[in-house]
Design a protein around this ligand. Structure first.
Ligand SMILES: Nc1ncnc2c1ncn2[C@@H]1O[C@H](COP(=O)(O)OP(=O)(O)OP(=O)(O)O)[C@@H](O)[C@H]1O
Ligand SMILES: [Mg+2]
Length: 480
């Protein structure tokens, strides 16, 4: 990336030599012959770096530093100071200058200072980008998709986030329940306080009780000292109870009481503790069914079910699959500095057809694995998406294919009653060829035998339908 530098100095010779030296290093350089001109330029354009003399008639270097830092805090300023006036340089640093050089200086010395400043700047920018990515993960705006149901749901989340209402999030595994819980907290007035998470499924009954409400020293064997519970830690903040459907009846009673009275006692304690906590819960279970079956208290259910957010599974919002896939591909390629740009048409077909029982997380894992394990190329191919060693679709010896290939590739029935017979035949032909190729481990020789075609005929069809096979394929069929 070319970095832009502004040099401000009233001595033409000095200005010129710095300008030449920086240009020779590949910087994009502009100059100003006095403080006013420099300030004007800094106000109207953005520079990565400003190098300014401190002592100039009119507006001096200190004013330049002040204005630069005001207009564009991320611009680094280096000041040039006369021998014996280091005090002014220190003043400049207090105003936000990055560093100073003392006259007389060698060009190497200045270039070194410039290089250090730009490196610090690059690091900071990278840091900001990472932080933004991280924050994006917790932001409703970071949730990708155009499905109408999801859009409405996100609007609801934004609205409810600003309140203190208890939210109950439903959704299959990997649909984004935790993303929603994070977003609710991040967009709430409590965002400056803690977001405490507890997975209720991970702990047996008594431990869960102690985890949520804390315990006094000696409350039970092993309670060697007093411990604060999650309700206390989340005071003034948000408590996210994941897998709420798993909590045992005894803990349900205690939870109900906190919700009603906003107070509780630690396990083994008598002191009543006040708690101001916003509760967000998530579950994969149908809590109404749990209530009917007598496993979940009805009164607690109604207390929790104030605002309900139901995340649809990915297979019910297929229009989001490719949008998400591209988004996740971009995220993982930029993380590992790869350059794959998209998916081959066949890979897209398979993604669209697959049922994704693990929802967005499964898609995320599939893409991360494909990016990590495949060679550098422009497009992700079908076989990159299958990660199962031994999957017969990749020429392995297992009995049946991995779910991905089985569903995505072997289901060749054309369900859209649209188009002319020739069009439908072409669609089926393309899909069938693809499925057989995949089943035969992408060997065109074996696939052509199964299909009853010559290798040349298969080669022509592949060309026509844009079907690509891995580079390891056998020979040049065009001469067959
Ligand atoms: N709409 C979305 N846009 C971008 N990424 C998403 C979206 N939904 C989910 N994800 C990503 O999918 C992954 C799974 O999401 P999350 O952990 O929130 O699911 P979950 O419903 O809590 O799953 P589980 O029930 O297994 O705990 C996360 O890495 C998340 O970043
Ligand atoms: Mg989760």
């Amino acid at each position: 990336m070319t970095r832009s530098v502004l040099i401000i100095d009233d001595e033409p010779l000095m200005r010129l030599s710095v300008l030449d030296a920086l240009k020779a290093e590949g910087y994009q350089v502009q100059e100003a012959s006095n403080g006013e001109e420099g300030i004007q330029k800094a106000k109207t354009s953005r520079y990565d770096l400003v190098i300014t003399d401190l002592k100039m008639p009119g507006s001096d270097g200190l004013q330049v530093v002040r204005v630069c830092k005001e207009c564009s805090p991320e611009t680094e300023v280096i000041v040039i100071t006369a021998h014996g006036s280091v005090d002014t340089a220190v003043q400049a640093m207090k105003l936000g200058a990055h560093d100073y050089v003392t006259k007389p200086f060698s060009m190497d010395e200045l270039l070194l200072t410039v290089d250090r400043a730009t490196k610090v700047q690059a690091l900071r920018q990278e840091n900001t980008a990472l932080r933004q990515e991280l924050e994006g993960k917790f932001n409703v705006d970071g949730m990708v998709g155009k499905n109408e149901q999801m859009r409405q749901l996100l609007e609801k989340v934004k609205l409810v986030a600003t309140t203190d209402a208890t939210v109950l999030i439903f959704g299959e595994s990997g649909t984004g329940k935790e993303v929603i819980a994070n977003a609710i907290h991040r967009n709430s007035p409590r965002c400056g306080q803690a977001l405490i998470k507890v997975s209720c499924a991970a702990l047996p009954e008594t431990l869960l009780e102690a985890e949520l409400f804390g315990h006094e020293k000696g409350a039970f064997t092993g309670a060697l000292k007093q411990r604060l519970g999650r309700f206390e830690l989340a005071h003034k903040g948000t408590l996210f109870l994941d897998e709420i459907g798993e909590i045992a009846p005894m803990v349900q009673v205690k939870l109900l009481r906190v919700l009603q009275e906003k107070r509780f006692e630690r396990v083994g304690g008598t002191e009543t503790i006040e708690s101001d906590v916003r509760l967000v819960c998530a579950t994969q279970k149908n809590l109404k069914e749990e209530v009917k079956a007598g496993r979940f208290r009805e009164d607690l259910f109604y207390r929790l079910n104030v605002v309900q957010v139901a995340l649809p599974p990915l297979r019910e919002r297929r229009e989001d699959i490719l949008i998400l896939a591209n988004h996740l591909l971009q995220r993982s390629t930029s993380r590992v500095q790869r350059t794959m740009k998209g998916f081959s048409p066949a890979a897209r077909d398979v993604l669209l057809r697959y049922s994704f029982p693990g929802n967005v997380r499964e898609l995320e894992n599939t893409i991360e694995r494909a990016v990590a394990l495949t060679q550098e190329r422009d497009e992700i191919q079908v076989w990159d998406l299958c990660g199962q060693t031994g999957c017969p679709f990749l020429g392995g010896a297992l009995q049946s294919g991995c779910g991905f290939c089985q569903e995505g590739l072997s289901n060749v029935t054309d369900t859209q009653p649209q188009g002319t017979l020739a069009e439908v035949r072409e669609r089926c032909e393309r899909e069938y060829i693809l499925a057989v190729l995949a089943r035969e481990g992408w060997s065109r020789t074996t696939a052509s035998k199964s299909l009853g075609l010559s290798r040349k005929a298969l080669w022509e069809k592949c060309k026509r339908y844009g079907i690509v096979t891995p580079d390891a394929d056998d020979g040049d069929e065009s001469s067959d």
